[in-house]
Design a protein around this ligand. Structure first.
Ligand code: SF4
Length: 278
C-alpha cells in the first residue's frame, strides 16, 4: 500500500554483495527449502529468483518439486536439479509443463499416491494437521488450500470451535482484501469500518464490512459450483489423514459435517469485528 510503514519486503544479497532476490519469505524458505530437503538458503534464494523470473508461485513450485522428489523422480535435497526443473518450465519441456502446472499435475504424471492439494492448490507451510481451523479454511475456501483465505494459527481449539473460527477468519480476510487494505497490516473489521466512515463521510458499520466479506465468499462459492467444483473437491487429501506429524502424531481427522458447518453463516459475535486475522 502507498505509504506503508511496515515495508515487509526484504532484499537478499550474496556474500559478495550482489543482488540475489527479493523477497525471500517464510513460505518460500519452507516449501522450496525444508520441504524439498534443500539446506542452503542461498540455493532457496536462487530458486525464488527463478520463480520470479518465470512467474511462479513459490508455494506451488516447492510443492510440485517435492512431489516429484517423493515420487522418485529426483533425489531429495538436489538443489541444482530443482533449479534445472524450473528452467525446464521456461523451456516448455513435457516435464517442465507438468511441474509448472503444479503439485496436482506432476503428481498425476508420476502416478503418485501422495499429493498434498485441495481443489488442485498445494498446501502451504501452515500444516492443517495440528491447525484444524486452518484446514477447514483450506477445504471450504473457493481457492482451495490458500493460507491467505482465512488462516487460524491456534492448535488448541476444540472441534466445536474450528468451523466458526475458520468462517470468522475467512470473512475477515475477504473483507480486508475487498477493502483495499494489505492483510499484513491486520486491521480488524471495526478499523476498516472506521476508515471508510472517515473516507466517505457516512457511517459505515463493522457489520456492513463483515457482510461484504460474506458476500465475496458466497459469490466465489457460486463461481466454483458453476465451474464444476463439488463436495468431493472439499476433501483433505489422504496423505494428510494417514501420515502423522510431530510427537503428538497429528493427522487430519475432522469429519466433513464439521467442515461443512463453515458454509452456513454463524450468528456474528463481537470477536468477528474486534479480532485481528492471524
Ligand atoms: S505487503 Fe503489506 S505490509 Fe508489506 S510492504 Fe506491502 S503494504 Fe506494507
Amino acid at each position: 500500500m502507498t505509504g506503508c510503514i511496515v515495508r515487509c519486503s526484504n532484499i537478499v544479497h550474496d556474500a559478495e554483495g550482489n543482488y540475489k532476490t527479493s523477497a525471500l519469505e517464510f513460505e518460500t524458505l519452507t516449501l522450496l527449502g525444508a520441504n524439498c530437503a534443500i539446506q542452503s538458503w542461498e540455493d532457496v534464494a536462487d530458486l525464488d529468483r527463478l520463480c520470479d523470473e518465470i512467474g511462479l508461485d513459490t508455494i506451488e513450485a516447492g510443492a510440485a518439486i517435492a512431489v516429484y522428489m517423493d515420487s522418485g523422480g529426483m533425489e531429495w535435497g538436489d538443489a541444482e536439479g530443482a533449479k534445472n526443473l524450473l528452467r525446464e518450465i521456461a523451456e516448455g519441456t513435457e516435464l517442465g509443463r507438468a511441474i509448472g502446472n503444479g503439485a496436482a499435475a506432476i503428481g498425476k504424471r508420476q502416478k503418485h499416491h501422495r499429493i498434498p492439494v485441495v481443489k488442485g492448490q498445494a498446501l502451504p507451510a501452515w500444516d492443517p494437521r495440528p491447525l484444524k481451523a486452518a484446514g477447514v479454511t483450506y477445504c471450504t475456501s473457493a481457492m482451495g488450500a490458500d493460507h491467505t483465505a482465512g488462516l487460524v494459527v491456534d492448535p488448541g481449539q476444540s472441534v466445536d470451535e474450528i468451523a466458526r473460527a475458520s468462517q470468522d477468519a475467512q470473512i475477515q480476510m475477504a473483507a480486508i482484501d475487498a477493502s483495499g487494505f494489505c492483510q499484513f497490516l491486520m486491521p480488524n473489521l471495526q478499523e476498516v469500518a472506521d476508515f471508510y466512515s472517515h473516507f466517505t463521510g457516512e457511517k459505515v458499520t463493522a457489520q456492513q464490512i463483515a457482510d461484504i466479506g460474506w458476500q465475496c465468499m458466497e459469490d466465489e462459492w457460486a463461481f466454483n459450483r458453476g465451474a464444476g467444483f463439488g463436495p468431493d473437491d472439499d476433501e483433505m487429501p489422504d496423505c494428510m489423514k494417514q501420515d502423522a506429524i510431530g510427537p503428538a502424531k497429528f493427522v487430519w481427522d475432522i469429519p466433513m459435517d464439521v467442515v461443512n458447518a463453515a458454509y452456513k453463516r454463524f450468528e456474528p459475535r463481537e470477536e468477528l469485528y474486534t479480532g485481528r486475522p492471524s
